[in-house]
Design a protein. Structure first.
Length: 138
């Protein structure tokens, strides 16, 4: 794990909220797609099976397809964001030392500055930086 990835935790959570809002709007649009008359081709029920065209009510195809495409893209991105958040939170949860884990939670999950974290746990700001560096790759 590196600092750049850890620093993405809070923006990723915000992005997840935005994706959920966008998906809600898309689902609402999906329900309100206009219905149009369309023609479908099939075969008759009896032999000889001749081609038959039937009129049906259906969602407006172009708009419905566009909304479906956007929903798939947003759902895929949502899944990626959730995986990244889980990976970061798992890394923090696996830190064996309780104080070190608190330092990471306060810094990366709660978004506190290192000097604020230092005051909270009773260390110097420099010591907080050392502890964080101990666990991270550059």
């Amino acid at each position: 794990m590196d600092k750049a990835k850890l620093n993405q935790l809070r923006p990723l959570k915000k992005e997840l909220e935005l994706i959920d809002k966008k998906l809600d709007k898309l689902y609402e649009r999906q329900e309100n797609v206009p219905v149009v008359m369309g023609k479908v081709t099939g075969s008759s029920r009896d032999f000889p099976y001749t081609e038959v065209r039937t009129s049906v009510l259906m969602d407006e195809p172009k708009e419905a397809d566009e909304i479906d495409k956007q929903v798939r893209i947003k759902e895929q991105r949502r899944e990626q964001v959730e995986m990244l958040i889980t990976e970061i939170e798992q890394f923090i949860a696996e830190i064996p030392d309780s104080v070190d884990r608190q330092i990471f939670e306060l810094t990366y999950i709660d978004g506190m500055k290192q000097r604020e974290v230092a005051e909270e746990v009773g260390y110097s700001r420099g010591r907080i930086s050392q502890i964080i560096s101990k666990y991270l790759k550059d």
